[in-house]
Write a protein that binds this ligand. Structure first.
Ligand SMILES: Cc1ncc(COP(=O)(O)O)c(C=O)c1O
Length: 353
């Protein structure tokens, strides 16, 4: 049965990428597996270098003072690492959901963080706008896409201070002026590859301004100095991410995938809006093109709907436990056909009900 994977992450990856990475586990270099060769071998150093330069190239950041790193510890470690490397006196955070709140919690270990704005008052179903970012702070932190609540920042402030962004769930999905950001981080396991590595993009000139001693593994400068090989990198996750970035480049890059993502999101949201059985969770203007969150108006239809989508081969549609309802995650590798299958089931439910 063909499966349609709407999982929020880890999630769907391009089939051709998985075939290549599976083959590399069996035989990458003359009978040796990718996961049994030294990370210092030319074969792997080339992979790491390609992955790093592809990431910058796709984001339009090559030659602009940025470095790309493939680190470990997930985006959750970046919550702490950003603060360790950047926070001297005070930082401003935009609180748009669970992940922003977790980033704030980690930074609070060092300072009494200032929330420039929050959408907690409405269950994080919108993105706050029109807030001020204090000029004398060290940095401003935001989350571009809120995976759990299904909201997405459509515009970013012109920050007077370095801007740090958690782009875990929408990196490489839409065109943006990425030069507005000084640090971007994203766990690989949505639009890039398997869990196990985190892409961190750092504008080098924002580093070196804090007075604290930074433990080596937490220090961006040390990772940059060692070419993202300070310690043994997660070779399989980096290789698979590199293949996904190549796949994206061959498809025409971010601008090309953005068009596909828009089509998928439009189809999904028009069904949510037109079908009286469903209700969208996020405010319309802030709806995420990656994660569409919605609920059933009549909970009595839950069992029927759940049976229908499961029988159609759909996977991962349940909403996050903190929100309930449903969440259709439509990352780069999810096809428009998969969205058509889901939308067809939603209309069939309407016909049946
Ligand atoms: C926006 C966002 N930030 C951070 C995280 C945490 O990532 P990790 O599990 O890689 O630490 C997630 C996980 O889904 C996420 O969606």
């Amino acid at each position: 049965m063909k499966r349609h994977n709407f999982s929020a992450g880890p999630c769907v990856l391009p089939r051709e990428v998985m075939e290549k990475s599976a083959q590399a586990v069996l035989d990458y270099d003359n009978g040796l597996s990718l996961i049994e060769i030294s990370h210092r071998s030319k074969a792997f150093v080339d992979i790491m270098e390609q992955a790093r330069s592809l990431a910058l190239e796709l984001l339009g950041l090559e030659g602009k003072g940025y470095k790309a790193l493939f680190l470990q510890g997930g985006a959750s470690t970046q919550f702490l690492m950003v603060a360790l490397n950047m926070l001297e006196k005070r930082a401003g955070y935009l609180n748009t959901g669970t992940w922003s709140s977790k980033a704030i919690k980690e930074a609070k270990i060092f300072d009494d963080i200032y929330e420039v704005a929050s959408s907690e008052n409405a269950g994080f179903n919108y993105i706050p706008k029109g807030y001020d970012i204090p000029e004398n702070y060290d940095y401003f932190h935001c989350t571009s896409n809120n995976t759990i609540f299904g909201t997405q920042m459509k515009a970013f402030p012109n920050s007077p201070i370095p801007m740090v962004c958690d782009m875990s769930s929408d990196i490489f999905s839409r065109t943006l002026d990425f030069t507005k950001f000084d640090i971007i981080y994203a766990g690989a396991q949505k639009n890039m590859g398997p869990a196990g590595t985190t892409l961190v993009i750092v504008k080098e000139d924002v580093l070196g301004k804090v007075s604290r001693k930074i433990p080596s593994m937490m220090d961006y400068k040390i990772h940059i100095g060692k070419g993202s090989m300070f310690n043994t990198p997660p070779v399989f996750a980096v290789y698979t991410s590199m293949l996904t970035l190549q796949w994206l480049k061959n498809k025409g890059g971010i601008a090309a995938i953005e068009k596909e993502n828009e089509k998928k999101a439009q189809l999904m949201y028009s069904e949510i809006d037109l079908n009286p059985l469903f209700k969208g969770y996020a405010t319309k203007e802030d709806r995420s093109f990656m994660n569409a969150t919605f609920t059933l108006e009549n909970e009595n239809l839950k069992d029927t709907f759940d049976t229908m989508w499961k029988e159609a081969g759909i996977n991962g549609l349940n909403g996050h436990r903190s929100v309930g309802g449903y969440r259709a995650s439509m990352y780069n590798a999810l096809s428009l056909d998969s969205v058509k299958v889901l939308v067809e089931i939603m209309s069939e439910l309407e016909r049946k009900a």
